[in-house]
Design a protein around this ligand. Structure first.
Ligand code: NAP
Length: 466
């Protein structure tokens, strides 16, 4: 659209009224946002219909050379947000407070907000969305999930006429880098984490990434959007990758699989887990869902085996991907750079242009949609296939004793693989779908068997047809 067309259409403020932007934070993402705002000012003006002007940038330290005029920098984020010439606030400082208070102040003052802050959104979307609704401002957060990859807007807008059944993603680049490298090199977890830290893929304190907190926050956001239900981080079942061993990757490879940290958001029609073909998953011993016929949702993050033919298995290194399955659209896959300053800034800028256009033309972003209010199913109600790795005595009768324990607890075995070692054997058992409680009881019983030296690992298996 040309500027002349924009002028002809006019705008809420008229073409000469610039859209004033405050950026809170100038770290990895903020630096790139400021760069794009300054380098692409002409394009942005044409796309928005009015000049987009950087009013100021809030940081903690003023004694750092950031390559922008010193008068743009401030440590007083509150005063920057409150300025009369600020129409839009981009929050890229991270953390809960003061980010939350600053966003609320902006929204309550009728200023639209673009944020990349998944940790904040995973717990406070309700409060922030209510503030946006109250002042008819916009709250945009495409960058909060999977960096540059557009997945928030597709879920909120493109798929708003469809019924999403499942969202499965690799949404954390650090853990995907580590698991891909372990798969490729055979190295153990500690060495690979050290290498990831050295290369800048893992932070000095990697807990939020490797223990799955970051992925859980993103899963909460995705599930809320997919199922029109408010899901917070506390609703997400979470396991990290810090216990994954080189042996897990090796035994996974032997059954044609790799291991990925998956964020899984599933609709459970009638309370039951849906299989890939859309039918309910049958699991012997499963009570059939405690909600007795009511739709529920399950949101969980854990490392799982997936077959090498699954589209997510080829997502390697720090890349992210999200697969969305919907009743009418079928399966969609979104793939790309899930983190990094410039890729994340790309998503922030897309939101900024939308928010600025809304300011100019008087439109509004879609508000929060939580009308469905579906209950969250506990992890114990989710039937899953398992990959159980055992060290056992290498003698006759062991296989029978082991399979007997699975049968006793109603867990049906799909395949068993045995490898002999000097002082024993390794048994790898892959099960059909079983409720977690049945599997946990089986593992306890196996550990008590005299012929079982140890239950080395229990991992879930996802993405199979059975
Ligand atoms: P970062 O590099 O740590 O930068 C944070 C910035 O915020 C710094 O400039 C810091 O100032 C400033 N800041 C922090 N607390 C402040 C306060 N109280 N007052 C004023 N300024 C303050 O963080 P980032 O990696 O850019 O991430 C920013 C946000 O984007 C986070 O919510 C993150 O989860 C999200 N995100 C990041 C990525 C990514 O790849 N990095 C991807 C997706 C989403 P100083 O420079 O003075 O320390």
């Amino acid at each position: 659209m040309t500027e002349a067309t924009n002028q002809a259409r006019g705008g809420a403020f008229g073409i000469e009224h610039p859209i004033g932007v405050a950026v809170l934070g100038m770290g990895n993402v903020g630096t790139e946002v400021v760069r794009i705002l300054r380098d692409h000012a002409d394009d942005l003006r044409s796309r928005v219909g009015a000049p987009v002007v950087l009013r100021g940038v809030a940081v903690r330290r003023l004694d750092v050379d950031r390559g922008i005029p010193a008068e743009l920098l401030t440590t007083d984020a509150e005063a920057l947000v409150a300025r009369d010439d600020v129409d839009l606030v981009v929050e890229v400082m991270g953390g809960i407070d003061p980010a939350r208070k600053l966003i609320l102040a902006a929204l309550n003052g009728g200023k639209s907000v673009v944020t990349a802050n998944k940790a904040l959104l995973a717990d406070y979307t309700g409060e922030l969305a209510a503030a946006a609704e109250g002042s008819r401002a916009d709250l945009y957060f495409e960058a909060a999930v999977a960096g540059a990859i557009p997945v928030v807007r597709p879920l909120i807008q493109s798929m708003s006429g469809d019924r999403v059944n499942r969202v499965v993603g690799i949404v954390n680049g650090t853990t995907n880098f580590i698991l891909s490298a372990m798969d490729e090199t055979g190295a153990d977890y500690a060495d690979t984490l050290a290498e990831a830290t050295r290369l800048g893929y893992a932070e000095a304190d990697p807990t939020a990434d490797v223990e799955g907190y970051d992925a859980a926050a993103k899963a909460a956001i995705l599930a809320s959007l997919a199922f029109h239900t408010r899901v917070t981080a506390a609703d997400v079942y979470r396991e990290g990758i810090s216990k994954i061993t080189a042996e897990d990757l090796e035994t996974a490879a032997a059954v044609g699989c790799t291991v990925k940290l998956l964020a899984i958001c599933e609709r459970m029609p009638g309370g039951e887990r849906l299989s890939l073909d859309g039918s309910a998953v049958a699991a012997p011993g499963d009570a059939g869902g405690s909600a007795a016929g009511k739709d529920r949702v399950s949101v969980r993050v854990y490392p799982a085996l997936i077959p090498r033919r699954h589209p997510l298995s080829s997502v390697n290194g720090a890349f992210n991907a999200v697969v969305v399955e919907a009743e009418n659209a079928g399966r969609l896959m979104f793939y790309g750079q899930g983190a990094g300053g410039a890729p994340t800034a790309s998503a922030v800028m897309g939101d900024l242009v939308m928010a600025a256009r809304n300011k100019f033309y008087g439109g509004r972003a879609p508000g929060e949609s939580v009308y469905a209010e579906l209950p969250i199913a506990p992890i114990g109600d989710i039937p899953t296939r398992y990959h159980v790795n055992l060290q056992v005595a290498d003698r006759t009768g062991v296989l029978q004793a082991v399979s007997g324990k699975f049968a006793e607890h109603g867990v049906s075995i799909s395949t068993v693989r045995q490898e002999g070692f000097d002082e024993g054997a390794r048994l790898v058992v892959v099960t059909h779908h079983a409720p977690e409680s049945a599997l946990a009881d089986t593992v306890t019983a196996l550990a008590e068997l005299e012929s079982v030296t140890s239950v080395t690992s229990v991992l879930r298996l996802e993405g199979t047809e059975e």
